[in-house]
Write a protein that binds this ligand. Structure first.
Ligand code: SDX
Length: 453
């Protein structure tokens, strides 16, 4: 998969000592990523006793690779996204979500026989223990469904004590199957709880997307009939959200998983990270932003408030750490939005979104900062047209991203170079100081209890 060659050397000269150092430059992978190992900087020292050596300092890992991965490739400038080498456009067009989940985990598309076993195993693990359903009943009626999802996934770990056998292939496989199968069930149970509706149990005769919609939307009818446009739109959105290399929540799953905790606990950490408004929570914030704008005629004033900079609102659904071009997923979602809205008619919110995009794409402020629509910009509009409540959008993101989190979690466990994630720091606090008596300013403290009254 990756052709590693150490092409060249980074030659460093330390002006403090005049010493010269060399760090090998490695070129690896089909895209020719080049790097030095941060550990090679440790040799650079002032020569003081016990000196650790030169650290690299990179808040938010803006220029640091935390791992080697063969799962997803993104080219931010060219707007490319591929899962295991397959362009996202082709997968969104023709694959099923479970096929993509298989591809992400196994590295190859399944044969029909492999796919049938995979789908069967997932289909027959969709139920959760009744105590989990009762656990969800303990939440308030207005609990955010992401809080419910995060805690119920973590709670699942207590129902599968063998899940901590993460190096047992059978236990690992069944945990992956259970998480892929039960996330939609937990998400739907959370939805029904917040709506005050009775839970609808999985219908194993339906496919993954239809079953999810059935658990969410079925009322008194004996069999749920999914709107084919909606169930296909959901399938495509799940595919688009399935993985995205080392994003914030995947980094969380890898870091938590590196302690060798069970995958339910590691995935619950991913859900917690995804909940943040700068990450998966953005799709919810896009709708709230559109609601606040209220009418297309208010868009120019809103854009001006965004451009006012620090303290002004962000244009939610725009910008990306990696994509400095149009997020390829946003293009697909926009096309999907056109199809869905062709069914239900264009509404004011979509007009506001189109006007926001039109103005932002031609405005120097956004162009200079390479701010383009990301995957979250149109997704919320589609979910809302499917009658999902705004605070449920990120739950849908989490259901899909579980496939990527699990593939990345396993890749981390199988990577011989990986160990427990434990970054270093640059200490900028106090030097040593004495715990003195506040009255006498002397050490040791004579007035032991002076602050304890
Ligand atoms: C996802 O990492 C992933 O892959 C994530 C994701 C995935 O699939 O996992 O793709 C999913 O999380 C998509 C992103 C969803 N988030 C949003 O839409 C929230 C709004 N976007 C921003 O908060 C921001 O763009 C980030 C968080 C997405 C990226 O932030 P960066 O890379 O840290 O960039 P930055 O904050 O340093 O911004 C650079 C400049 C700044 O201006 P200056 O200080 O230089 O003047 O651009 C400005 C920012 O203020 N800026 C924005 C903006 N995003 C960045 N200004 C207005 N609106 C915005 N949305």
């Amino acid at each position: 998969m990756s052709d590693t060659n150490v092409g060249g050397t980074l030659e460093l000269r330390d002006s403090r000592t005049g010493s010269a150092y060399a760090a090998p430059i490695t070129t690896e992978g089909p895209e020719g990523d080049t790097y030095i190992r941060a550990g090679d900087l440790k040799q650079v020292k002032r020569g003081e006793p016990g000196e650790f050596g030169l650290l690299s300092y990179d808040p938010a890992f803006m220029n640091t690779a935390s791992c080697k991965s063969a799962i997803t490739f993104i080219d931010g400038d060219k707007g490319i996204l591929r899962y295991r080498g397959y362009p996202i456009e082709q997968l969104a067009e023709s694959a099923t979500f479970l096929e993509v989940a298989y591809l992400l985990r196994h590295g190859e598309l399944p044969t029909q026989a492999e796919y049938d076993v995979w789908v069967h195993d997932i289909t027959f693990h969709t139920y959760v223990h009744e105590n989990i359903r009762k656990f969800l009943e303990g939440f308030r009626y207005d609990a955010h469904p992401m809080s419910m999802l995060c805690s119920s996934v973590a709670a699942l770990s207590s129902f599968y004590p063998n899940a901590h056998n993460i190096f047992d292939p059978k236990e690992r496989y069944v945990s992956v199957i259970r998480l892929l199968a039960k996330l939609p069930t937990l998400a739907a149970f959370a939805y029904r709880h917040v709506k005050g509706l009775p839970t609808i149990y999985p219908d194993n005769q339906l496919n993954y997307g239809e079953n999810f919609l059935s658990m969410v939307a079925r009322m008194s009818e004996p069999k749920y009939e999914a709107n084919p446009v909606f169930s296909r739109a959901l399938e495509v959105l799940f595919i688009l959200h399935a993985d995205h290399e080392q994003n914030c929540s995947t980094n969380a799953v890898r870091a938590v998983g590196s302690s060798h905790v069970d995958p339910f606990s590691a995935v619950s950490a991913g859900i917690a990270a995804l909940f943040g408004p700068l990450h998966g929570g953005a799709n919810e914030q896009v709708l709230r932003m559109i609601k606040d704008i209220e009418h297309p005629k208010n868009v120019p004033a809103f854009i001006e408030s965004v451009k006012s900079g620090k303290g002004g609102p962000k244009l939610m659904g725009f910008g990306h750490r990696v994509y400095k071009n149009y997020d390829p997923r946003a293009r697909i979602v926009k096309k999907l939005a056109d199809q869905v809205f062709a069914q239900i008619g264009i509404d004011k919110d979509l007009e506001i979104a189109l006007e926001l995009e039109r103005i932002a794409l031609s405005d120097e402020y956004f162009i200079a900062r390479k701010l383009y629509p990301n995957v979250d910009f149109y997704t919320g509009l589609i979910y809302r047209s499917m009658a999902f409540p705004t605070d449920f959008f990120t739950v849908l993101f989490a259901v899909a991203r579980t496939a990527g989190w699990l593939a990345q979690w396993e890749e981390m466990l199988d990577d011989k170079e990986q160990k427990i994630a434990r970054p270093r720091q640059i200490y900028v606090g106090h030097g040593e100081r004495q715990y003195v008596d506040p009255l006498t300013n002397k050490f040791p403290r004579a007035h032991k209890d002076v602050l304890r009254k």
